[in-house]
Design a protein around this ligand. Structure first.
Ligand SMILES: [Zn+2]
Length: 323
């Protein structure tokens, strides 16, 4: 074999998206096992757990729900694994934001069982990937775990997502918009993707479609989300933020925008801002570093202005940053 890295394309097993899909989740879960362990974010428990439980009951799946206190820590994951092992779960069903999903991924990995992700916000591209971020009790990032497998199932109920604050959807667009610039740069240089190989044509095509989808439908989707409407534009953006961005970053690669995010995240002044908001600013910096054509930078700047993504440090509360 040559020394060149191979193409590696890594993806979740099945992706289901639409308004009300949670009401028909049972048959999807039944393919993964007969004993389901729930890791459900308390913020959305009342919104999603009854439908998941009903789906399990209709398929004869035993359901056991464990408390998720809100932070994805090593201690929490170890504790959950120890307390449920003897019950013998065959799959983990994680529902909520990124931290609940990452906890579910880590518990499934430790137990060697299948996993289903039910994101209730479209703010990042984490649900499809085999990456999980661990924090300590003080909410500081400890490490990024690379898992053995991608989630087996991702179920995105847009009737649930549309009830989340619009800011999450917009931040998700910021994370999504980085996908193509980063994959393109990773492909042009000898970069290794999070999936562990070179960016394939498939990943690059998804990444480019992600970028175009966000610029084409983002403004309308933002308006529709604010009005609580699950429109075609809203569905397009949820798919871009979750599926296209998720497959695109994992198999297409990361570059300056996410490096900048990592740097910004250690500054206390920016603590109140979301992952995608910081990544969006990182894309602006990457555009300057790579000397993008003026028209492309203007297109991006106009879009940021219209949807409310940060294009300056001052928009991230870092206007006074000097070092
Ligand atoms: Zn990201």
């Amino acid at each position: 074999m040559s020394d060149a890295l191979p193409y590696v394309f890594s993806a979740a097993g099945t992706y289901v998206q639409g308004a009300g899909v949670l009401d028909v989740v049972g048959p999807h879960l039944a393919r993964l096992g007969k004993r389901a362990l729930g890791v459900v974010d308390p913020v959305v428990r009342a919104q999603v757990e009854p439908a998941i439980q009903a789906g399990c009951a209709s398929e004869g799946i035993a359901w056991r729900s464990e408390a998720f206190p809100g932070e994805c820590t090593e201690t929490l994951v170890d504790g959950l694994v120890a307390s449920v092992r003897s019950w013998g779960p065959e799959l983990v069903v994680a529902a909520g934001g990124g931290k609940a999903l990452d906890t579910g991924k880590l518990v499934a990995e430790a137990l060697g069982i299948r996993s289903a992700m039910i994101p209730t916000i479209a703010s990042t591209d984490a649900p499809t990937s085999r990456v999980a971020v661990l924090y300590n009790e003080e909410h500081a990032q400890v490490r990024v775990a690379r898992l053995r497998a991608n989630p087996d199932l991702v179920v995105v109920d847009t009737a649930v997502i549309v009830r989340a604050p619009v800011r999450f959807l917009v931040a998700g667009m910021g994370d999504a918009i980085a996908t193509w610039p980063e994959a393109r740069t990773c492909a042009a240089k000898p970069g290794r993707t999070p999936a562990g190989g070179r960016p394939s044509r498939a990943a690059l095509a998804l990444a480019e479609l992600c970028y175009r989808t966000v610029l084409t439908h983002g403004r309308q989707a933002r308006q529709d989300a604010a009005a609580g409407r699950v429109s075609a534009a809203f569905e397009a953006i949820v798919e871009a933020n979750t599926l296209l961005s998720g497959l695109g970053f994992e198999s297409g690669g990361l570059a300056a925008a996410h490096s900048l995010y990592a740097g910004l995240s250690v500054l206390p002044a920016g603590a109140g801002y979301l992952h995608g908001e910081k990544v969006a600013f990182g894309v602006m910096v990457q555009a300057a570093l790579e000397a993008w054509p003026a028209a492309d930078r203007k297109e991006l700047g106009d879009f940021y202005g219209d949807v409310g993504l940060p294009s300056r440090l001052s928009h991230l509360g870092l206007g006074a940053a000097t070092e």
